[in-house]
Design a binder for this molecule. Structure first.
Ligand code: HEM
Length: 154
């Protein structure tokens, strides 16, 4: 199988997911905190997640799929893959698990709280979501460093 389309999809999924988290966490969040009161801020995040999370689902499916096809296509087996690819696979799977957990528990509760206008409960769930997104952003940026520079370090 031609590896080029797989690598293109893999990197596009990375850019969309990690870039989206970077923008949300480091750009939109401080501006929303400074300028909006709680109901407006929580409603804004509800709309942001509704539009961003479907793209994250695409990335969450594409990254492991294209990643393992690339891995087996290029190296034949996990045992023959270099250390940087092992680290990328491990961190990538942890990121996927964190997103699925985030989507299943705090995001579900956050949506319900916003719909019921229970702002205090919604704010509590948003704090959990923010911590999980910050963790995934850190893992995502680390994975990009390992993926691109890894063969020079290891
Ligand atoms: C989920 C499991 C994953 C697997 C199995 C996997 C596997 C791979 C493989 C085999 C390559 C080609 C490496 C080479 O030919 O030397 C690659 C490239 C790449 N991966 Fe992953 N990956 C995964 C997740 C991720 C994640 C989560 C990110 C970023 C957040 C990421 C970012 C990249 C980047 C940026 C490249 C291009 C590296 C380059 O061409 O210099 N991967 N991946």
């Amino acid at each position: 199988m031609n590896q080029a389309p797989l690598l293109v999809l893999h990197v596009l999924a990375t850019v969309i997911w990690v870039g989206g988290m970077f923008f949300a966490h480091l750009v939109l969040r401080p501006v929303a905190m400074a300028q909006l009161d709680a109901p407006a801020r929580l409603t804004l995040w509800s709309g942001v997640f509704k539009r961003f999370f479907p793209w994250v689902w695409v990335a969450v499916i594409l990254l492991p799929l294209t990643g393992f096809l690339l891995l087996f296509g290029a190296f034949g087996s996990m045992a023959d893959a270099p250390p940087d690819v092992h680290v990328m696979s491990g961190l990538g799977l942890v990121m996927v698990a964190i997103f699925i957990g985030l989507w299943s528990i705090p995001y579900r509760r956050f949506r319900a709280a916003v719909a019921a206008q229970h702002w205090k409960a919604a704010a509590h769930q948003l704090t959990l979501i923010r911590r999980l997104v910050a963790t995934n952003l850190t893992l995502g940026l680390t994975t990009v460093v390992v993926a691109t520079g890894g063969s020079y370090f290891f």
